[in-house]
Design a protein around this ligand. Structure first.
Ligand SMILES: [Fe+2]
Length: 184
C-alpha cells in the first residue's frame, strides 16, 4: 500500500491532468489522484497538527495556475447539508475518516418559473474513507454524516466566494446562496 503520496504531489498531478485533458474530461483522473492522497495516513497531522483538530473548514492547499483548492472539513458531530450546487465550480469530495452519505439530485423542471425547482433523487451512496466522488459544474447534491467525520473537498475555483444554488426539495424552491456572506 502506498502511504506517502503528498499534498504537493497531488497538486502537481492535478495541474498536469488539467493541462493535458482539461475539465470535465480530467475530473475522473483528478478523483484518482485524490483517492491516492486519502490513503496518506499522515496527511492531516502534517497539515493540521497532531492530534488532528476538528475544523469547520481549513484550506490546506492551493495551486495558483489551475486555481485548485484543497479544503478539510472535520466534524465532531453528525450533520447534513442543504441540497445545493457549486455555482461555477467543480468539486470532488473525498472521505478521510468515516463515511458520508451522498445524494445526487436531478432537476426535472425547465427552470422557467422563478424560485421554483423540482428535483428527484438520482443516486444515494456511502462515500467511504479512501473514496472520492466527482461533482461536475452544475451537479446537485447533499451530504449527511455521523460524528467524527473528516472529509476533503477539492474545488476548481474558490467555491466559498461564489454564488451557488440552494434547493428545498419538499417545498420545490430554489434560491441563490452567497457563500461569501456565509450562506450555503
Ligand atoms: Fe457540495
Amino acid at each position: 500500500m502506498e502511504t506517502r503520496y503528498s499534498l504537493e504531489q497531488f497538486l502537481a498531478d492535478t495541474r498536469a491532468t488539467i493541462r493535458a485533458k482539461g475539465v470535465p474530461s480530467g475530473l475522473a483522473e483528478i478523483r484518482a489522484h485524490l483517492e491516492r492522497l486519502l490513503h496518506n495516513p499522515e496527511l492531516l497531522t502534517k497539515h493540521l497538527g497532531d492530534p488532528v483538530p476538528y475544523v469547520e473548514r481549513a484550506t490546506i492547499g492551493h495551486d495558483p495556475e489551475s486555481d485548485v483548492h484543497v479544503l478539510v472539513h472535520g466534524r465532531a458531530r453528525a450533520g447534513k447539508s442543504s441540497v445545493h450546487d457549486h455555482g461555477p465550480c467543480w468539486v470532488i469530495y473525498g472521505n478521510y475518516r468515516n463515511p458520508t452519505r451522498m445524494r445526487r439530485w436531478r432537476r426535472v423542471d425547465d427552470g422557467g418559473t422563478p424560485a421554483h425547482a423540482e428535483l428527484e433523487l438520482q443516486k444515494e451512496f456511502l462515500n467511504e474513507p479512501g473514496q472520492a466522488a466527482v461533482f461536475a459544474v452544475g451537479d446537485i447534491h447533499s451530504i449527511e454524516f455521523g460524528d467524527d467525520t473528516f472529509f476533503i473537498r477539492v474545488t476548481g475555483g474558490d467555491v466559498e466566494t461564489k454564488e451557488t444554488l440552494r434547493f428545498d426539495v419538499a417545498r420545490q424552491t430554489v434560491e441563490i446562496a452567497n457563500r461569501a456572506r456565509g450562506e450555503r
